[in-house]
Design a protein around this ligand. Structure first.
Ligand SMILES: *[C@@H]1O[C@H](CO)[C@@H](O)[C@H](O)[C@H]1NC(C)=O
Ligand SMILES: *[C@@H]1O[C@H](CO)[C@@H](O)[C@H](O)[C@H]1NC(C)=O
Ligand SMILES: *[C@@H]1O[C@H](CO)[C@@H](O)[C@H](O)[C@H]1NC(C)=O
Ligand SMILES: *[C@@H]1O[C@H](CO)[C@@H](O)[C@H](O)[C@H]1NC(C)=O
Ligand SMILES: *[C@@H]1O[C@H](CO)[C@@H](O)[C@H](O)[C@H]1NC(C)=O
Length: 400
């Protein structure tokens, strides 16, 4: 009864032992004449074709402030190693593939040149990388890496912006006569199995373009490169709620300045608090922006404009309060009258008369502080209204 299982186990052990022994011999045999540093081609007339595809596993984020794109990726590299194959050894025919350490075979030396931390794709420190070898010599290598590439962020259209970031992969030490990088298909893809969405950025488009760079030292040779472009779009819902809503409300409240009567002493205080709120608000936005003068967002510009207008409003309200406190009988000086009513002044050809007669015109109700006050308030209301119209149109036509 128990004889059959025992027999099976025995056969399995023998069989596996046989496999183990054969694989050990094969590995020994393969590595005996192999130098991992040497390009694995028999004749060096044709460059080794290395085919590459990049898979994006997760978009960790794009920092506006430090201008760094963090993305987790893995590559699919495949090439034919003409030395490390065992198709021609009859006794190893049954072993179809081996997994070997990346340090034991030749793997392409490739750098991500705009990575700010660690340029080589291959991690040299720990021996954790493996390469899959088929019996006919086809190698498959899946190095994975968290890339931190520099990406110049253009914040002009801030919450509604789209960024183009590039990842540049280059074969620095090997010219195009030793090996050549080709893209597989589109060259870059989202890894459907591993992909994790990012809360702030959405990937719109991924593309790749192979190119060649001339060698710095010797301009007769070139090395092979592949550039990847990621088009990212900011998800603006959060920014719309946290920045746009308060901004619109602040602007609407600013309009109230024209409703509050000057007699009410609170008017100046109200304008002052508006001014401070705008400054705090600008600070809040500036915290998320790169401190670059190359691109300034329209939003920062708009808020700075609001601060300016708030400041001017305070000035006008102060003048208006001043004119309110003057006695009606007081006649404004000639200069003030010219400032506030230049047309009337110049129409009245006899300008000298105007100034000299200032004292006499008292009874004519010619031009009093009350008129000035009315004028000031009227122009303030008009400019506040124009400000809202201008801001809304910049918003609608430029930013969105
Ligand atoms: C490798 O294996 C082949 C075929 O089995 C054999 O002819 C050759 O002598 C072996 N070479 C080494 C170095 O073991
Ligand atoms: C290969 O494996 C098959 C079944 O696993 C076996 O029948 C055959 O003898 C093996 N060939 C060699 C060369 O070991
Ligand atoms: C992605 O961008 C490339 C290059 O700009 C373009 O050829 C391709 O059509 C775009 N794909 C999509 C889905 O928009
Ligand atoms: C390469 O560099 C040399 C020396 O600087 C220059 O004379 C030559 O024109 C260059 N060739 C090319 C193709 O740029
Ligand atoms: C390699 O680079 C040289 C120099 O730029 C160029 O002339 C040659 O065509 C390139 N080879 C290939 C296969 O592209």
């Amino acid at each position: 009864m128990f004889a059959i299982p025992w027999f099976v186990i025995l056969v399995t052990v023998i069989c596996c032992n046989g496999n183990y022994e054969r694989e050990r011999l094969l590995r020994q045999n393969l590595s005996k004449h192999y130098k991992p540093e040497m390009l694995p081609v028999l004749d060096s007339y044709h460059p080794l074709q290395v085919n590459v595809k990049l898979y994006v596993m997760a978009l960790q984020g794009l920092e506006d402030k430090s201008q760094v794109l963090t993305v987790s990726v893995f590559w699919y590299f495949t090439w034919k190693d003409e030395i490390f194959g065992w198709d021609h050894y009859l006794e190893y025919k049954n072993i179809s593939r081996l997994t070997v350490k990346a340090s034991d075979v030749w793997v392409p030396e490739i750098y991500i040149v705009n990575d700010i931390k660690d340029m080589p794709i291959r991690s040299y420190g720990d021996n954790k990388e493996y390469v899959i070898v088929k019996s006919n010599g086809y190698m498959t290598w899946f190095p994975a890496k968290e890339l931190q590439t520099s990406c110049s962020v253009d914040v002009t259209k801030y919450p509604f912006d789209t960024q183009a970031c590039s990842i540049r992969m280059e074969a620095w030490y090997h010219d195009n006569k030793s090996f050549f990088l080709n893209t597989i298909g589109s060259g870059i893809e989202i890894s459907e199995v591993h992909f994790v969405e990012n809360g702030e950025w959405e990937i719109l488009n991924l593309s790749s373009y192979p190119y060649q760079n001339t060698d710095y030292a010797d301009n007769s040779s070139a090395y092979s490169c592949i550039g990847y472009t990621l088009i990212l779009k900011r998800r603006y819902a959060y920014h719309l709620i946290t920045i746009m809503f308060p901004f619109v409300i602040l602007m609407a409240i600013n309009l109230l300045v024209s409703v509050i009567p000057t007699e009410c002493g609170e008017k100046l205080g109200f304008c002052m608090s508006q001014f401070l709120t705008m400054i705090v608000f600008l600070n809040l936005i500036a915290q998320n922006m790169p401190s670059s003068s190359l691109t300034i967002s329209y939003l920062t510009f708009l808020i700075s404009l609001q601060i300016l207008i708030s400041g001017v409003t305070i000035l006008i309200v102060a003048i208006s309060i001043y004119s309110q406190t003057r006695n009606i009988e007081d006649i404004p000086s000639c200069l003030v009258r010219i400032m506030f009513s230049p047309i009337r002044y110049f129409l009245q050809n006899d300008s000298k008369k105007c100034c000299i007669q200032a004292q006499d015109s008292r009874h004519e109700d010619f031009f009093t502080w009350l008129d000035i006050n009315k004028k000031i308030n009227c122009s303030l209301n008009i400019s506040l209204f124009l400000n809202v119209v201008a801001t809304v149109s910049i918003f609608v036509f430029v930013i969105i």
